[in-house]
Design a protein around this ligand. Structure first.
Ligand SMILES: Cc1cc2nc3c(=O)[nH]c(=O)nc-3n(C[C@H](O)[C@H](O)[C@H](O)COP(=O)(O)OP(=O)(O)OC[C@H]3O[C@@H](n4cnc5c(N)ncnc54)[C@H](O)[C@@H]3O)c2cc1C
Length: 482
């Protein structure tokens, strides 16, 4: 019998890898270990669950077709690369011929006095924000809470803060740095974002280091470095994530910030692969789902004998917080003269737009507030395409006619679903193949099954295609696919 492919982690990368492998080799034995109980779920949507926009059932990820030896609530505790076996917390030993590490990352918990009840348990009323169990815990506390402190002004912290404010709680974000989302935004964007958040009842305190939690039996507030105290009966910790590398370290694999992999997603041991949040590729650890899913595809292809290679991903981040439109990509921080920077700020309208161009290519952008060109700008960045001669059109969608001729040329190739890398052409092909609703298009192409941010676009697409077909226009869907 063919030795199994063993996967450590039944999260977004591990589950996707199993599906990719199953699609290529339906008979290959696959064993998936998942430390969390229950089936794989869409972690990205936890923010929507917290905000009350969706129910737990909506988190489910599609199960791969065919049988899978899925061992949930079981943690892999060690790897023996010599005998090619993994040992798990249920005492089992499983042999592999290929091992895929997809064990993700863990939330960083800063050192704060009084935060822990014991070595493993946070004080009652405090929770990290990484898993479904965390989310359930936050929601349980939120039922009786009135005042919330969210530690961390990054993407996750702001999504948690906005979600809890939606539930009517008074929320304060405490961030140790001088601005919000410092990797994705600049100071001015951060200032306008703070004003936007204030309109939704989220207050922000910057340059504020939390040193202690107030409360013996449960959280009653926090103390900051300057001695000030903020009352709170719920404390959410969203201070970034760190790749889980302990297993790899113990197994003697090469690690840096993450588990070091080559373009085939192989680690320093050729029969062990790493994908998703735990992997470090060309010096980068992504922490986002689009790279994780692309890496899962490449690893499956390589394990099945194909020649796929992962070349890295271009980072686009979107804040999933009702009423706050924010997309940021690349590096918006300019520190040399060779870049052209175009900025438009209208704080009164809570709008800020910035594009950074180098050698006619977009290297960074911030689009905060209502922005008609967000799709075009994202496409140009994604594809590293040449920007229009007058870059103001990237901000306003005019000044020289269309936002960009290059974007027009990209129509069929343009990415509609970034999480899954699904193009407009692929959606049209699905429509031609009989998909008539968003659900049917998603089932055929996977578009819309990640963060869900593109579902409105797909709906618009499907409606337009249906109208075009009814009118039997000269512009036929087949031409878009071509
Ligand atoms: C609230 C929230 C919102 C997010 N929003 C976005 C977003 O909008 N866009 C975006 O791109 N990304 C977002 N992310 C990040 C995204 O969820 C991660 O990039 C993605 O989940 C990475 O997938 P992964 O499989 O590598 O890790 P995970 O999804 O964390 O899965 C790892 C799994 O491995 C299991 N595991 C760990 N160790 C072991 C072991 N030893 N044995 C067995 N199992 C083990 C863990 O229990 C876990 O289930 C968000 C994350 C959170 C928490």
């Amino acid at each position: 019998m063919t030795a199994a492919v063993v996967v450590v982690g039944n999260g977004m990368a591990g589950a996707r890898f199993a599906a990719e492998l199953r699609a290529r080799e339906p008979r290959r034995p696959i064993v998936v270990f998942g430390a969390e109980p229950g089936r794989a779920y869409n972690r990205i949507l936890l923010s929507d669950l917290l905000a009350g926009k969706i129910a737990e059932d909506d988190l489910a990820l599609a199960e791969p077709p065919g049988a899978l030896d899925l061992r949930t609530d079981v943690e892999v505790v060690s790897i023996d690369p010599v005998s090619r076996t993994v040992e798990a917390s249920d005492g089992s030993r499983t042999r592999y011929d290929a091992l895929v590490l997809a064990n993700g990352s863990r939330g960083v918990v800063p050192p704060i006095d009084g935060l822990w009840q014991d070595e493993e348990t946070l004080l009652d009323g405090a929770a990290t924000f990484r898993t479904l169990a965390d989310c359930r815990q936050i929601l349980a506390h939120a039922r009786d809470a009135r005042e919330v402190v969210v530690l961390g002004g990054g993407l996750l912290g702001l999504e948690a803060a906005r979600g809890l404010a939606t539930r009517g709680l008074s929320v304060q974000v405490v961030h140790a740095r001088g601005q919000l989302m410092e990797r994705q935004l600049d100071g001015e964007a951060s200032r306008i974002l703070i004003q936007t958040l204030a309109e939704f009842g989220v207050r922000v305190r910057l340059d504020a280091v939390t040193t202690a939690v107030i409360g013996e039996d449960r959280v009653r507030g926090v103390v900051l470095e300057d001695g000030s105290r903020i009352p709170a009966d719920l404390l959410v910790i969203a201070c970034g994530v760190r790749p889980k590398i302990d297993l790899a370290v113990k197994a003697g694999l090469q690690v840096n910030r993450g588990i070091v992999v080559d373009d085939s997603m192989r680690t320093s041991d050729p029969s062990i692969y790493a994908i998703g949040d735990c992997a470090e590729h060309r010096g980068r650890v992504y922490g986002l789902v689009a790279p994780a899913w692309e890496q899962a595809r490449v690893a499956a292809e390589v394990i099945c004998g194909g020649g796929a290679a992962y070349a890295g991903s271009r980072l686009v981040t979107r804040l999933k917080a009702s009423g706050v439109d924010l997309a940021a990509m690349g590096d918006p921080h300019v520190d040399d003269e060779s870049a052209e920077v175009v900025v438009f700020a209208d704080p009164a309208r809570r709008t800020y737009q910035k594009v950074v161009i180098r050698d006619q290519r977009l290297v960074g952008a911030i689009l905060l507030g209502d922005n008609p060109t967000v799709g075009t700008v994202t496409q140009l960045f994604d594809r590293d395409a040449a920007v229009p001669a007058d870059p103001r059109s990237l901000l306003f969608g005019r000044a020289g006619g269309t936002p960009t001729e290059s974007a027009g040329a990209l129509a069929a190739e343009s990415t509609v679903c970034r999480c899954n890398g699904v193009t407009a052409g692929a959606i049209v092909r699905a429509w031609l193949g009989g998909a008539r609703t968003v659900t049917e298009v998603s089932a055929m192409t996977r578009a819309g099954t990640g963060c869900g941010g593109c579902r409105d676009t797909i709906e618009g697409f499907v409606a337009t295609l249906a109208t075009d077909a009814d009118l039997d226009t000269t512009s036929r869907p087949e031409e878009v696919v071509a």
